[in-house]
Write a protein that binds this ligand. Structure first.
Ligand code: HSE
Length: 437
C-alpha cells in the first residue's frame, strides 16, 4: 500500500529517535496504521548530520519551508521548538492542507487557540502527544480514555529536570545550586535551564492538560508559575520529618467558580505513589468522578520515549486522515463550539493547605501571637513543629502546617506575622496538596 509521507522538521534528539524507531518497528507500525509511514523529507540546519542519519532514504534540505510547501508531504512533524519560526511553519503547513504532529508545548500553550482554529477551518489535525510528559500517553488518556468522566483535578510531575534536582536535594541533603550544576553536567538540564527550573516548561504542559481536561481554551498567561530555584534544603528536610515530600507540581482543579491552574513546589504526603516518583521520571495523577484516581508514569523526555509519542500521533493521523473532519477527535477533547468559558481563578481565590516556616525569637508569647493572627484570619493549624535553637542562637525555626485556607487570607497572615518584632526575615510559604480525591 502507498506510504503516507512525513516531512520531519528537525532531526536532533527527538527527530533522530523518531527516525530510528520508525525504521526499527516499521512492520509493527504498518500493521497498526494500515499503511507504511515513511519519513520522505527531512529539514535540518545540520545537513551533514541529517544526510548521515537518513543514508539517502529521505530528501534532505536545510530549508524547512521547502518541506512544508512540498505537495508530496502529507504530515509535517515539527520538532524545531520555540514560538516564532515554528509557529510560522506550522501555520504554513496547515494552510497547505497538511496534518501536523508537534512536540512543541511552548508553541501550543501560547498560540494553541489560533493554531487549532486554523486547523479546524482547514480540516486538518494537529496532534501533540509528545508535548506533554514525553512518552506517557497522557493526552490520549485525558482526551479519549477518560471521556466518560467529569475530570475534577489533575496534578503532575511534568518536568524531569526539576524532579531530578529535588530528588538529589532530598537524597543527598545538597543545596539547589550544587544539584543544578550536577544536572547540567549529566546533560539533564539545559545550559540555560531557566524554563525548567522556573516552572515555565511545566506551566506549558499544565496549561495544555487543563484545556483538555475541562474543555477550556488554552490560557498560558493565566497560569500561576513558581519554580524551584528559591527552595531551601531546610524545607525539604522539615517536610520529610513531617511525612511529606516536595515536588514541583503542575495542578489544574475544577472549582465551582472557575479553574485553578498553577505550577509551584508542593508538599505531598510521602505515602502517595506519586511522591515516590524520583529522578528525571514524570507522572500525572488524574481524578475523574467515575474512575476515581488514575496515575500515569514514565519517561518525560529523551529520544525514544518522546519518539514513541510522536509516532503514536503519526499512526493516529494515518488512520484518521481520510475520516470526515467532523468525526475526528477534537483537538481539545471537546467539540470546538462546546468549549467552556469557566475562568481561571486568581491565586487569591486558590484554596489549599500551607506549610509555613518562620524564624522566631525563643521567648514567651511568640507562638501565641502567631496563632492569634492565624485564628483571626480563620486559618486552622493542622500541625506545628518547633526546633530547639542552635547552640548560642536566640532564634529558632517554627514550622506550621495549616488546614485548607484561602491564599488571600494566608498572604494577609504572613504579612502580619512578618511584622512581629519577634520574627526575623521572611516567612517561607509552600503550598500542600493531599492528592486523595
Ligand atoms: N526539559 C523537559 C524536562 C524536557 O526536563 O522534563 C521535556 O519536555
Amino acid at each position: 500500500m502507498k506510504p503516507i509521507n512525513v516531512g520531519l522538521l528537525g532531526i536532533g534528539t527527538v527527530g533522530g529517535g523518531t527516525w530510528t524507531v520508525l525504521n526499527r518497528n516499521e512492520e509493527e507500525i504498518t500493521r497498526r496504521a494500515g499503511r507504511p509511514i515513511r519519513i520522505s523529507h527531512v529539514a535540518d540546519r545540520n545537513l551533514e548530520h541529517a544526510r548521515t542519519l537518513t543514508g539517502g532514504k529521505a530528501k534532505v534540505t536545510d530549508d524547512a519551508y521547502a518541506v512544508v510547501n512540498d505537495p508530496e508531504v502529507d504530515i509535517v512533524v515539527e520538532l524545531i521548538g520555540g514560538y516564532t519560526v515554528a509557529k510560522d511553519l506550522v501555520l504554513k503547513a496547515i494552510e497547505n492542507g497538511k496534518h501536523v504532529v508537534t512536540a512543541n508545548k511552548a508553541l501550543l500553550a501560547v498560540h494553541g487557540n489560533e493554531i487549532f482554529a486554523a486547523a479546524q477551518q482547514k480540516g486538518v489535525m494537529v496532534a501533540f502527544e509528545a508535548a506533554v510528559a514525553g512518552g506517557i500517553p497522557i493526552i490520549k488518556a485525558l482526551r479519549e480514555g477518560l471521556s466518560a468522566n467529569r475530570i475534577q483535578w489533575l496534578a503532575g510531575i511534568i518536568n524531569g529536570t526539576t524532579n531530578f534536582i529535588l530528588s538529589e536535594m532530598r537524597d543527598k541533603g545538597l543545596a539547589f545550586a550544587e544539584v543544578l550544576a550536577e544536572a547540567q553536567r549529566l546533560g539533564y538540564a539545559e545550559a540555560d535551564p531557566t524554563f525548567d527550573i522556573e516552572g515555565v516548561d511545566a506551566a506549558h504542559k499544565a496549561t495544555l492538560m487543563a484545556s483538555i481536561a475541562f474543555g477550556i481554551p488554552v490560557q498560558f498567561d493565566r497560569c500561576h508559575i513558581e519554580g524551584i530555584s528559591k527552595l531551601d534544603a531546610a524545607d525539604i528536610k522539615y517536610a520529610e520529618e513531617l511525612g511529606y515530600r516536595i515536588k514541583l507540581l503542575g495542578i489544574a482543579k475544577r472549582k465551582e467558580a472557575g479553574v485553578e491552574l498553577r505550577v509551584h513546589p508542593t508538599l505531598i504526603p510521602s505515602k502517595r505513589l506519586i511522591a515516590n516518583v524520583e529522578g528525571a521520571m514524570n507522572a500525572v495523577l488524574v481524578w475523574g468522578d467515575a474512575v476515581g484516581a488514575t496515575l500515569y508514569y514514565g519517561k518525560g523526555a529523551g529520544a525514544e520515549p518522546t519518539a514513541s509519542a510522536v509516532i503514536a500521533d503519526l499512526v493516529d493521523v494515518t488512520r484518521l486522515h481520510t475520516a470526515d473532519p467532523l468525526n475526528r477527535v477534537p483537538h481539545l477533547a471537546f467539540q470546538p463550539d462546546q468549549l467552556s468559558d469557566l475562568p481561571i481563578l486568581s491565586m487569591d481565590e486558590v484554596e489549599t493547605a500551607y506549610y509555613l516556616r518562620l524564624s522566631a525569637a525563643d521567648k514567651p508569647g511568640v507562638l501565641a501571637d502567631i496563632t492569634r493572627i492565624l485564628a483571626d484570619l480563620s486559618i486552622s493549624i493542622d500541625a506545628m513543629m518547633q526546633k530547639e535553637p542552635a547552640e548560642g542562637e536566640s532564634q529558632t525555626d517554627v514550622v506550621i502546617l495549616s488546614h485548607v485556607a484561602r491564599e488571600k487570607d494566608v498572604n494577609a497572615a504572613i504579612a502580619r506575622i512578618e511584622a512581629l518584632s519577634s520574627i526575623s526575615g521572611k516567612v517561607t510559604r509552600i503550598r500542600m496538596e493531599a492528592l486523595n480525591g
